[in-house]
Each structure stands twice: as structure tokens, then as C-alpha cells.
Write a new protein. Structure first.
Length: 346
């Protein structure tokens, strides 16, 4: 062992410079052995530290990839399929709930195709020819239902589309003009019919949104705040009238909380501002009643005694220094009286 440092000075120097690395070799010999056997793998870890970090953070995910390599391979081969699962979670949920059905579709795609063709050949053909129409049915089921209920009306529209267009122009010339001028607005109305209905019912509200875009933005960002304003209009009005008071509530929430919890205490402070000022100047004095409640209670019960202490601080100091002497005076009041009457004798 002594000869090795002499023979391999570089290795010995590394141990001195990197003690943590040496400690890892002692603790994880298998890991070190793997690095020696697979230098390419070690090189990859050095080049892609983020990839190694991901493995450490998502061990369970990495473990699944090791257990199910075929599943991992499918994700790389069919990225579109993986994307569909994220875009359509309901469809993915059905696959989880009905795996046999999904398995049949995978095993017998021709059979599935035949079923569609045999049962509804015209419908299947239409879907292939008019995919946009199929998409409309999904987006606007109520419109589709109306067409089913009134087939004659639908037939007329198909036979005479120009006539239908003329009717629209004749009945609603202003509306037609707007559609020509603002095609984007027309598209929005088709996509959001509920929003259009609200605008018709509350034109004043719409006007306010146009005039105050910042206010509208706040409503989008803070819906709860908007709800509070609707529920408590008086409270909202007070905030508008007294912005300084509102600002204080934001800056000192604990103080505001105390006001809610102890309204009587707050009322007393308003009635006796001098008392409040004294508390600010002498916080230790205010703290004493909290620390010594019994002593504070005695002061409330015997105010005259408290007054004497204030008037004769030296006497109070003597009591603190000579408690035994004070106790004797309490036990023998006659003796104390004689001392007061005949101090010369004493």
C-alpha cells in the first residue's frame, strides 16, 4: 500500500484533490465498475447532464420505461397518437375503461370498417366526402336538430340559396351592411352566441367595457373581487369614498383583524385618545398588566393605595428593600402608632 503512491503519483494526487469522488468509489463500487465497463454511457452523462437529472427526478417514469420498452418504443414511433391522447382525454379515458373494445378495433380494423359501411353506408360516405359538415354537426347540434325537424325549409335553402340570401338582405339591410363591413365580428357572433345575447340584453354594460378597458381587464383577472362588489355595494362605496382608509387596511391587515375581533376595545381607544397616546409612548407599561394580572387587579381594587405609591415613591422603595420591617409594622400597629406620635422617644 505504501509502494502504490510512489508508483502511481497521479492517482494518489487525484485522491488528495477529490476526496468526495474517492468516497463515492468506496460507497458505490458497482456504480464505478459500470462506468469503467461502459465509457460511452459515462461520456453521454457528461455531455447531457440535463438528461441525467431528469432520470433522477423522475425515477418512477424511468422505471416504467425499463419495464415496458415496447410502450416507450410506440411513443417514439407514433408521436401523433401520443399527442391525441393529451388533446382528447375523454377519448383516452374510454380506452382505459373499455380495453376489449379498443383491442378489437386494433385487431380487426377491416371488420370495424365493414360494420360502418354495412350499417350506415351513406352516412359513412358523407363523412368521407364532407368532413367540414361533420365538424359543424359536432359544434352546433341545435342547428342540426332544427334541420331534421323542418326538412322542407332545409330543402328550399339547398335548392334556392340565392333566394335565401335575398331574403336576408331585404329583411335586415342594416345587419347585412354590418356583416360586410365587419366580417370578424360576424365570425365571433357565430362562435359565441351566449356572449352576443348578453350584449343585446345589457347594452349599457357593454358600453362601459368599451370605455374602461382597464376595468374590464381587472374583472377578468380578479373575478372574486368583482363578485364582492356585486354582493356588498355599500362596502364598495365606502372604499371609493375613503381611499386612505382602504390603503391602511391593505398595509396593516393585523390591525384590521384586531378591530373586527375587539370592537369594544377599539371604541375605547377612539373615546380616550390620550390613553392611546400613553400606550404608544410607554409600551412596557402596557405590557405589565399582561405579565402581572394579579398586581394589576390589586391596583384596580385599591386605587387610593396606588395613589399613595405614586405620591411617596421613597416609601415604596423602603418597602421593597426592607420587607421584614414592613411586615412587623403590619403585625404591631400600636407600636407603629407610638413611633408616629413620639418620634423623639424612638
Amino acid at each position: 500500500k505504501h509502494q502504490r503512491p510512489q508508483l502511481y503519483p497521479q492517482k494518489h494526487q487525484r485522491l488528495q484533490l477529490y476526496p468526495l469522488k474517492h468516497q463515492q468509489l468506496q460507497l458505490y463500487p458497482l456504480k464505478h465498475q459500470r462506468l469503467q465497463l461502459y465509457p460511452q454511457k459515462n461520456q453521454r452523462l457528461q455531455l447531457h447532464p440535463q438528461k441525467n437529472q431528469r432520470l433522477q427526478l423522475h425515477k418512477q417514469k424511468h422505471q416504467r420505461l425499463q419495464l415496458y420498452p415496447q410502450k416507450h418504443q410506440r411513443l417514439h414511433l407514433y408521436p401523433q397518437k401520443n399527442q391525441q391522447l393529451h388533446l382528447y382525454p375523454q377519448k383516452n379515458q374510454q380506452l382505459q375503461l373499455y380495453p376489449l373494445k379498443h383491442q378489437r378495433l386494433q385487431l380487426h380494423p377491416q371488420k370495424n370498417q365493414r360494420l360502418q359501411l354495412l350499417l350506415h353506408p351513406q352516412k359513412h360516405q358523407r363523412l368521407q366526402l364532407y368532413p367540414q359538415k361533420h365538424q359543424r354537426l359536432q359544434l352546433h347540434p341545435q342547428k342540426h336538430q332544427r334541420l331534421q325537424l323542418y326538412p322542407q325549409k332545409n330543402q328550399r335553402l339547398l335548392l334556392h340559396p340565392q333566394k335565401h340570401q335575398r331574403l336576408q338582405l331585404r329583411l335586415y339591410p342594416q345587419k347585412n351592411q354590418q356583416l360586410q363591413l365587419h366580417p370578424q365580428k360576424n365570425q365571433r357572433l357565430q362562435l359565441h352566441p351566449q356572449k352576443n345575447q348578453r350584449l343585446q340584453l345589457h347594452p349599457q354594460k357593454n358600453q362601459q367595457l368599451q370605455l374602461y378597458p382597464q376595468k374590464n381587464q381587472q374583472l377578468q383577472l380578479y373575478p372574486l373581487k368583482h363578485q364582492r362588489m356585486q354582493l356588498h355595494p355599500l362596502k364598495h362605496q365606502r372604499l371609493q369614498l375613503y381611499p386612505q382608509k382602504h390603503q391602511r387596511l391593505q398595509l396593516y391587515p393585523l390591525k384590521h383583524q384586531r378591530l373586527q375581533l375587539r370592537p369594544l376595545k377599539h371604541q375605547r381607544l377612539q373615546l380616550y385618545p390620550l390613553k392611546q397616546q400613553r400606550l404608544q409612548l410607554y409600551p412596557q407599561k402596557h405590557q405589565r398588566p399582561q405579565l402581572h394580572p394579579q398586581k394589576h387587579q390589586r391596583l384596580q381594587l385599591y386605587p387610593q393605595k396606588h395613589q399613595r405609591l405614586q405620591l411617596y415613591p421613597q416609601k415604596n422603595q423602603r418597602l421593597q428593600l426592607h420587607p421584614l420591617k414592613h411586615q412587623r409594622l403590619q403585625l404591631y400597629p400600636q407600636k407603629n402608632q407610638r413611633l408616629q406620635l413620639h418620634p423623639q422617644n424612638h
